[in-house]
Design a protein. Structure first.
Length: 319
């Protein structure tokens, strides 16, 4: 009678879980993880009892390759019919055998307008001296992706020299960095502890609603476009409840309410019809074509290449 959820922080609306429990009679156990690496490590050690998990696109592929996901039964998720066609066939999970889309978005710079001119380049974080000590970066590999874009490289490079160059750039920048934050840069920004942070667009949009001095920008060099997914963990104790939860999320009113709360872009066509027109026009949520054109989706390229990225990021954090 319980569905066990493992999700990112602040990633459902306040009414989502109570609504599911009322609609289905199932109880929910809801735990949080701070990074994709934490999620992967937890499941690789043996599923402690989770049903639905929320990995990002490249980690969904990594989990599937490692045999840590259950195949999805699309027939038990009829609300999948509401999804935009472009999200139904993706490179990282052909046929959406193991994952279904939750939200998508970009990584960029959140900043305080009264203290920082609009940062048009990743240089504002990595090389400029103007705001030394007032910058937060993510502990995720998204920080390494941003460094790669600044250097003119692809976030999907398999060249060890390019990956090392991005790590070296970040290590050289560390004296100017206030902290590497586990997806809490928006909290540091609104608290006035930093003036710039590398963060996910929705996290910055949430605090922009509380403080109109805050803003978000995707630098001119481009960025990573991500998709967070819903998957069923291998050995899930309640796969029936897991399918019911995913299907409930895709109810248009439910998914729309979450989108209004978390401030991320929907893959759900029917739900998009229910959100405010201002959100659909908000380029920080739904980027214009020119921003998408200079953005890349991270691919999972196998354990050998993945280890290069992980080693580089570990080297940055330990320096």
């Amino acid at each position: 009678g319980t569905v066990n959820i493992y999700n990112w922080d602040t990633y459902v609306a306040p009414e989502t879980i109570p609504g599911f429990e009322a609609a289905t009679g199932l109880a929910v156990r809801y735990d949080l993880f701070a990074s994709n690496d934490e999620l992967f490590a937890k499941l690789r050690a043996g599923n402690p009892g989770y049903d639905v998990i929320f990995p990002s696109n490249n980690y969904a592929a990594r989990l599937a390759e490692a045999g840590l996901l259950e195949p999805l039964d699309h027939a038990r998720i009829p609300n999948i019919a509401h999804l935009e066609p472009e999200f139904l066939e993706v490179e990282f999970d052909p046929g959406r055998r193991f994952s279904l889309p939750y939200f998508w978005g970009t990584v960029g710079i959140g900043y305080r307008r009264s203290r920082v001119d609009r940062p048009g380049s990743w240089a504002a974080l990595f090389t400029d001296e103007a705001h030394a000590g007032r910058i937060a970066l993510l502990t995720e590999t998204d920080t390494l992706y941003a460094a790669l874009r600044y250097l003119g490289y692809s976030i999907n490079t398999a060249d060890p020299a390019e990956i090392d160059a991005a790590a070296d750039l970040l290590i050289a920048a560390k004296p100017r960095i206030r902290t590497f934050a586990p997806d809490t840069g928006q909290d540091l920004l609104i608290a006035g502890e930093v003036d710039l942070c590398l963060e996910y667009n929705g996290d910055i949009l949430q605090v922009m609603e509380e403080d109109d001095d805050l803003d978000y920008v995707v630098p001119d060099e481009g960025t990573g476009r991500w998709e967070d997914t819903m998957c069923i963990a291998k050995g899930a104790p309640n796969p029936e409840g897991a399918h019911a939860f995913i299907d409930y999320i895709y109810e248009p009113a439910v998914h729309a309410a979450i989108a209004e709360y978390v401030r991320y872009a929907l893959p759900n066509r029917a739900a998009k019809a229910l959100i405010p027109e201002a959100d659909l026009r908000n380029e920080a949520i739904y980027p214009p074509a020119e921003v998408l054109a200079r953005s890349e989706v991270a691919r999972y390229m196998g354990t050998e290449i993945e280890s290069l990225y992980q080693t580089a990021m570990t080297r940055v954090l330990a320096a």
